[in-house]
Design a protein around this ligand. Structure first.
Ligand code: SF4
Length: 177
């Protein structure tokens, strides 16, 4: 993958895009279970690696994945259950079809009080329980989002090493760990 291409092919039918828009959740981030009751962690998830959206478009949400594909926890079990996979594919479809709209919604959502701890702790957001920074525009949207929410600590694991070396390392957002 180069820096300006992404890993999704095909064109969304307008009706399918309208349907996806009507199914968008109020909150894009889901709470994660934590062993520490006072710790608040939320997550954003895409489907892992390759697949096909309900409208027929094929995708690769982990374009630089290697041997990890064979061991990927998100390629089996709970992640592949119908409703779970469908929700993750809707997330991917949203960023594919309306990245500016998704960025606005995510930016606004992070200002909600549930992302502001009142006890001196910090709310954490895990970016990509599965999936990765699959395109440069998508990564750049996240970089703007990180900087818009200094009250949140973001963290993520990635195989997009070259992309982050070029676009993040020179000026890393303080919010990303
Ligand atoms: S990058 Fe992560 S989510 Fe993607 S295939 Fe590898 S282990 Fe799975």
């Amino acid at each position: 993958m180069n820096d300006t291409t992404h890993s999704v092919t095909g064109t969304a039918p307008a009706a399918a895009a309208d349907t996806a828009a009507s199914q968008r959740p109020r909150f894009l981030l889901l709470p994660m279970r934590s062993s520490c009751a006072s710790e608040r962690i939320y997550k954003w998830t895409l489907p892992a690696h390759e697949g096909q959206l309900p409208d027929g478009r094929r995708y690769n949400a982990c374009p630089t994945a290697g041997v990890c594909v064979d061991l990927c926890y998100a390629k089996a079990g709970h992640f592949q259950r119908g409703t779970v996979l469908a929700a993750h594919q809707r997330n991917l479809q949203y960023v594919m079809d309306d990245l500016p709209g998704w960025e606005v919604q995510m930016t606004q959502e992070l200002q909600h009080r549930r992302y502001r701890a009142t006890d001196g702790s910090t709310v954490h957001v895990r970016v990509h329980d599965a999936g990765d920074y699959w395109s440069l525009p998508y990564l750049q949207a996240w970089l703007r989002i990180f900087r818009s929410a200094p009250h949140v600590t973001f963290y993520s694991y990635t195989k997009q090493v070259a992309l982050l070396e070029k676009w993040v390392r020179p000026d890393p957002p303080a919010e990303l760990h």
